[in-house]
Design a protein around this ligand. Structure first.
Ligand SMILES: *Cc1c(COP(=O)(O)O)cnc(C)c1O
Length: 424
């Protein structure tokens, strides 16, 4: 039996997987075009930004899209456009990237954490209902990892209480629910184009909506409070959260490549789901269509599986921890997420009441979010890797590495305490 790489043995894989982000000569060419045009920023007709907005809106089947500087900026604009003010409550998932909640806090609002479904990691309508108070002004649904939240039942709650839904689509570009793109299902949809997202210009974001009035407010809020097509006066308070022309030009190329990427990643994820389900102690998050046929396409930002410590118990005295398991996988040459996930209410900014003025929050429910975070291992862009684009012949090394670690679990257990003190 070969020694685990974590304990000094040879790594199972030394060749890299596909990298992320991906680009080719097309990105290089459009960057040069923008440079030569001498129009590098601002809002003007015939711009790269305007073209990208038109192309994104057509892809998502929405009438309005506005590019912004980041996903967080997009969430802040969306909430401000909906009239969120200091002291207002916004229901957010207890499990998400923290920016979903901090966007609320940065406007002086109060994020109210509501629990997620244990299988899909998306916010449930029953937890949202229980979290709503007379101060609730909006709900943010996050399509985490690319898995669409149940927009049917969330839509029913929104209608019942008269509360708008903002879709946080930072991780779900290309995912569909009942055949409709995420971002086109709620009142406002927000996308991020940061480095790990499905298309990227390093940074960037977009805000989309069906509503003409909201679209005008969104366009104004990102551009110093100047209404689009106005005189240049500043009738309302706005930010400068515009995107540069270099970024928009890259995003146009990236959007054209999205369809091929989604198809390749769907194939990679299907392979991993079927192969990893045979390994004791691992439970791949079920394939979306098996969980819910209304998920007609998954965004596939990541491939997630849960790790059962007991099944990796070599000595009968408690198994290897998930962080040691992740470190062992990385040592074998498999890029998995480095850090443990943390439920949002447990992030220091919200858990530590003395932190600062902005950390006011309320937790309605979070037990399933905490349970999921404690056991999840992520592959793919969430771990900074393009591995899901690889062919099954390459991905077979992921399965072999997991099997190797399981076979050597006795050694892992023995080394665990020492390793815990080193960097895991
Ligand atoms: C990435 C991300 C954001 C923030 O987007 P930025 O572009 O990094 O500001 C918000 N919500 C979720 C779920 C994300 O994954």
């Amino acid at each position: 039996m070969t020694t685990l790489a974590l304990l000094g043995g040879p790594p199972l894989r030394t060749r890299p997987f596909q990298t992320w982000p991906q680009f080719d000569q097309a990105e290089v060419d459009v960057l040069a075009d923008v440079l030569n045009s001498r129009r590098w920023g601002g809002i003007h007709s015939g711009s790269q930004g305007e073209s990208f907005e038109t192309e994104l809106a057509a892809y998502l089947q929405v009438p309005h899209a506005a590019v912004v500087s980041s996903g967080t900026a997009g969430l802040m604009i969306a909430l401000r456009a909906l009239g969120i003010r200091s002291g207002d409550e916004v229901v957010v998932p207890a499990m998400t990237y923290v920016a979903t909640a901090t966007a609320v806090s940065l406007l002086g609002g109060i994020p109210v954490f509501a629990d997620v479904d244990l299988a899909t990691h998306t916010i449930t309508s029953s937890s949202v209902k229980a979290a709503i108070s007379e101060k609730t002004k909006a709900v943010i649904a996050v399509h985490l990892g690319g898995h669409p939240a149940d927009m049917d039942s969330l839509g029913t709650v929104a209608d019942t209480y008269g509360i708008p839904i903002v879709e946080d689509c930072a991780q779900s570009l290309g995912a569909t629910w009942n055949g409709h793109q995420t971002g086109s299902l709620g009142t406002i949809g927000v996308f991020s184009f940061a480095s790990t997202k499905n298309i990227t210009a390093g940074e960037g974001g977009a805000v989309v909506t069906h509503d003409d009035e909201l679209a005008a407010r969104i366009a104004s809020l990102r551009d110093h409070g100047r209404p689009p097509g106005g005189t240049g006066d500043h009738p309302e308070l706005g930010w400068n959260l515009r995107l540069s022309e270099f970024q928009s030009a890259i995003l146009r190329v990236q959007l054209a490549r999205l369809k091929d990427h989604l198809a390749a990643k769907a194939k990679g994820a299907a392979y991993l789901a079927s192969e990893l389900s045979g390994v004791p102690g691992l439970r791949p998050v079920p394939m979306p269509a098996d969980l819910d046929p209304r998920v007609t396409a998954h965004g596939r930002l990541s491939f997630a599986f849960t790790f059962d410590s007991e099944a990796f118990d070599g000595a009968g005295i408690g198994g290897a921890s998930v962080s040691v398991f992740r470190a062992a996988l990385r040592a074998e040459g498999i890029p998995v997420s480095r850090r443990s996930l943390v439920a949002c209410p447990d992030e220091p900014i919200y858990a530590d009441a003395t932190n600062c003025d902005y950390s006011s929050s309320r937790t309605a429910s979070a037990s399933q979010a905490r349970a999921a975070c404690a056991r999840l291992v992520l592959l793919g862009q969430a771990a900074g890797s393009g591995l899901l684009l690889d062919e099954p012949t390459e991905l077979a090394d992921v399965v072999r590495a997991v099997e190797k670690i399981h076979e050597n679990r006795h050694h892992l257990r023995r080394e665990q305490r020492q390793l815990g003190r080193i960097h895991v």
